[in-house]
Each structure stands twice: as structure tokens, then as C-alpha cells.
Design a protein around this ligand. Structure first.
Ligand code: NAP
Length: 458
């Protein structure tokens, strides 16, 4: 894939970029390595000051960066602005809490291990390579970069090929905030260039957010090099609506949960699993609210849903819907590619999904909601857990026993009750099954890329 900004609203190629050649990649790895040796001996307070300054720069640049996101991947401008501010908030969060999360711990009873003192410390490990997706071009990167740098590591970013301007903005952000040059850099390389960088002995670990095939590939290379990885991959999250749910609130939240970011979020609710007693009423409310969404120019402040980020992504989504309707599913709204410029796909609601349909098995990365009717909570759970994914989940109920039962039994990295999945700096984020390994955010996220060093004193 060419490294280029192609505006999804117009299909026009705004700018193309030459990939970094081998010499430039080597220069950036060498800078990250030498900077690590200096950065590891700086204090949390110094790094926190630089991180806060970088967050401030990002906040100052909010309009410019939001526009850049919208032009590169089609995110509606209001949401793009919110993403920039959330990223700055995440940076401040780690500036505030890194030292506490990585504080040394002492064993209460060192005599049990024949020591005068014993315990653990967290030490940085070196250069962490991040391979990142286009769907939240700032937030995905900063939720890796902020904890990595606060821990004293250095970072190299291989961003998705369709968001090079976001990648280049991030290339200088930390240095502008005060971090030493080389603490964080972008590598403008194609996906095919990742293996060579990952196998370099100076790279100590890697994190990838993206599709399952990309995760499997990176994970196997890292495994062969005995390097730690975090993988944040796809999801097909269930949104379960039970008989006691508040249907008005559930249907309103369901619309956002499915259509945010033009439906291109790993943690978007993708499968709506509804108890038969409330199925018709929920579906009526939900479909009406989906039809009320404003689809249009993502730079327009009133737009709810813009175009998909890539033409190929739209084609894949359309294929899933055609496959389902050919096999007997019913489209209640949307479901056809519109005759207009740009890579639009309409917000779609589809029912009658059966196990042989691709929509049942694969991730729909766009605004397509699959709705299932279930007879009881056992069937709801079976459908919810019946995919290879396990990223997050949502359950709507006002019955405390039912709530607890789903929290215990859903195979997912998170359960949100009477709400939709949102990533917060304060809460760990990650999946089980084919949705990934490891955690980002909160204390767990910063510890992923540290050496937990045991210390024993005689
Ligand atoms: P993608 O095609 O896997 O691309 C993600 C990144 O991986 C890009 O930088 C891409 O580079 C690179 N890449 C692709 N194949 C690779 C390979 N074999 N080896 C090394 N790098 C490779 O995914 P996407 O289409 O951009 O993003 C959508 C997917 O990401 C969805 O499945 C979504 O659910 C998932 N996602 C997960 C999370 C989470 O936190 N769990 C968050 C957001 C998105 P190029 O662009 O150069 O190909």
C-alpha cells in the first residue's frame, strides 16, 4: 500500500510520501537506542514535565490535528477534536501516575526468603516498536507512547500507511515537549518492512493494534525472537438487551455504540442480542434512531457518520452484507452502497443472522448492526460467546442476579453494564481469544513494557 493521504470523502490523493530508506531507518533506530541509555536515568518528574508540555502542545494544536484526522480517515470533525483532547488527557494521566504505578515493592517478610530485604522494582527495557492502525490515529498511538516514555523506554512508530500526516505530526510532538531527540520517532515504512525492524536486536518488544492476521504475523516473528508483545486485535462485541432493560436508553446508546467513528472501532458493538420479550420494541426504537443519523461531509459539524476510511474497507463490508442477504438475512435499513462520491456506506440494521453467514463469524468494520432474537439468558450468552473474538461486551438489564451472571460468564476483556464500551486511561483495555494478548492503559498498560526485577539482599 502506498504511503499517502487519500481523502475518503472525495477519493482524491492529497499527498504521497516516500518511505524512509534503509539508512534513515537505521539512523532512527540508532537514535532511539542511544537516547534510551540517557532516558533511563532521567527522573519521573523530568519525564512528567516533558509529557505535560507535549500534552499542552497537542491541546493547542487541536483544530489543526482534528482536521488532519478527518481529511486522512474520514472521522467526523467533532469526534476528531474529542480524540485529540482525549489523547492529551491520557498523556497527562501517565505524567501524573507513572511513578506510583512503577513504585518498588518490598516483601513484608524477607526472612521467608532468607533475606534482610527483598522485593521488586520496575525497570525500562529499551526500544518498543509500535505498529498502529488508522482508525484512531492519535489515541491508539498515545495510549502506547505515553506509558512507554513515562517508564523510561523509547518508542518507534510504524503507523498505518493511510495516515502519514498524523504519523509525522507525532514524530516531533515529544521532542517539542522537551524529551530528548530520539525518544520517539516515526518510521515511514510499509507493513513489509516491519519484520526487519522487529528482528533488530536493539528492538526489545513490540505492540500491534490492528487486524488479526497482522497480529498473528507480528506475534510469530516476535515469538521467534523471544520478544514480548502486546496485541490489540479485532472484535465483534455483543450488546445484550434483556427483558428488564431500559429500552429507550439502550436503543439510544446502541446507535452510538455501533456507529461511532463511522462504525470502524474495534470496541464498537457489532452484534445486538435481544430478548424475545422486548425484541420488537427494541428493534423499532433502534432502527428509527439509526435512520435519524446525519450522514455526510465529515468536516461538517453536524455530521454523525462520514465515509469509511478506505475503498477496500467499504468493499469488504458490502460483501459481508450481500453474503448475509443471499443466505436469507433481512435488511431493515441501509444495506446498499450509495451512488455518490466518497467511500460511504449507510448505517445498516440487519436481522435473521444465522451461523453460516460471514456476518456471524467475521468482524463488520463499518456501520452494520447484526440483530439476533434470543429466548432467554442462556441463549444470549451462547450467541455472545459464540465467536472467536473476545474484546469487550455490553449487557443491559435491571436484574442484579442477571447482571452478575453475565459479568462472570461473558468471555471478553471487559463487560460494560447498562452502557457502551469506552476506553478510559484509568481502566485496563484488551481482549481474550483472538482479540489479543496483554493490556493497555491503567497500571497494567505501563507495566507491560517494563522488566519486573526481583531484588534480594542477604
Ligand atoms: P491492519 O491492516 O492490521 O493494519 C494495522 C497496522 O498493521 C498498520 O500499520 C498496517 O500497516 C500494519 N500491518 C498490516 N499487516 C501487517 C503485517 N503482516 N505485519 C506487520 N504489520 C502489518 O488493520 P486496520 O485495517 O488498519 O485496522 C482495523 C483493525 O484493527 C480491525 O480489525 C480493528 O478491530 C482492529 N483494532 C483493534 C483495536 C484494539 O485495541 N483491539 C483498536 C483499533 C483497531 P499498513 O497500513 O502499511 O498496511
Amino acid at each position: 500500500m502506498a504511503i499517502a493521504t487519500i481523502n475518503p470523502f472525495t477519493g482524491y490523493t492529497e499527498q504521497t510520501f516516500e518511505p524512509h530508506d534503509e539508512a534513515e531507518v537505521e539512523r532512527r533506530i540508532a537514535a532511539a537506542e542511544s537516547t534510551f541509555l540517557a532516558l533511563r536515568s532521567t527522573t519521573f518528574a523530568e519525564r512528567a514535565e516533558w509529557m505535560r508540555a507535549a500534552a499542552q502542545l497537542l491541546e493547542d494544536d487541536v483544530d489543526q490535528v482534528a482536521r488532519l484526522i478527518t481529511v486522512e480517515m474520514g472521522r467526523p470533525i467533532k469526534a476528531a477534536r474529542a480524540e485529540v483532547l482525549k489523547s492529551a488527557k491520557g498523556m497527562r494521566y501517565y505524567a501524573e501516575h507513572a511513578e506510583e504505578f512503577l513504585a518498588p515493592e518490598a516483601l513484608a517478610d524477607p526472612a521467608a526468603v532468607n533475606a534482610s530485604a527483598a522485593g521488586t522494582r520496575y525497570a525500562p527495557i529499551g526500544i518498543v516498536l509500535a505498529v498502529m492502525p488508522w482508525n484512531y490515529p492519535l489515541w491508539q498511538v498515545l495510549r502506547f507512547a505515553a506509558p512507554a516514555l513515562m517508564a523510561g523506554n523509547t518508542g518507534l512508530l510504524k503507523h498505518a500507511s493511510n495516515v502519514p500526516q498524523a504519523a509525522l505530526y507525532l514524530d516531533t510532538l515529544f521532542e517539542r515537549g522537551g524529551f530528548p531527540a530520539g525518544a520517539f520517532h516515526t518510521l515511514l515504512i510499509p507493513a513489509s518492512g516491519v519484520e526487519r525492524v522487529l528482528r533488530d536486536p536493539r528492538i526489545k518488544a513490540a505492540t500491534l493494534t490492528g487486524s488479526e492476521p497482522a497480529g498473528r504475523s507480528l506475534g510469530s516473528i516476535a515469538g521467534s525472537e523471544v520478544k514480548h508483545v502486546v496485541l490489540e486485535l479485532g472484535g465483534s462485541d455483543p450488546f445484550i438487551v434483556l427483558a428488564t432493560a431500559d429500552l429507550d436508553a439502550a436503543s439510544t446508546v446502541a446507535v452510538t455504540a455501533r456507529n461511532q467513528n463511522n462504525g470502524q472501532s474495534c470496541i464498537a458493538a457489532k452484534r445486538f442480542i435481544v430478548h424475545t420479550d422486548v425484541y420488537d420494541e427494541f428493534l423499532r426504537l433502534f432502527t428509527d434512531k439509526v435512520e435519524a443519523l446525519t450522514v455526510g461531509d465529515p468536516l461538517d459539524e453536524s455530521t454523525d457518520v462520514g465515509p469509511l476510511a478506505t475503498e477496500s474497507g467499504r468493499a469488504e463490508l458490502a460483501e459481508l452484507v450481500v453474503d448475509a442477504t443471499t443466505k436469507g438475512a433481512t435488511v431493515l435499513t441501509g444495506g446498499t452502497v450509495p451512488e455518490r462520491p466518497g467511500w460511504f456506506y449507510p448505517p445498516t440494521v440487519i436481522e435473521g443472522i444465522t451461523p453460516e453467514m460471514r456476518l456471524h463469524l467475521e468482524e463488520a468494520f463499518g456501520p452494520v448492526a447484526s440483530v439476533y432474537r434470543v429466548a432467554d439468558r442462556d441463549e444470549a450468552l451462547a450467541v455472545a460467546n459464540g465467536t472467536t473474538f473476545g474484546l469487550s461486551s455490553a449487557v443491559w438489564t435491571n436484574d442484579p442476579d442477571e447482571e452478575e451472571w453475565f459479568i462472570q460468564n461473558l468471555d471478553a476483556g471487559a463487560v460494560f453494564v447498562n452502557g457502551m464500551t469506552i476506553s478510559y486511561p484509568e481502566l485496563p483495555f484488551g481482549g481474550v481469544k483472538d482479540s489479543g494478548v496483554g493490556r493497555e492503559l491503567a497500571a497494567a498498560g505501563i507495566r507491560e513494557f517494563c522488566n519486573l526485577k526481583t531484588v534480594w539482599k542477604g
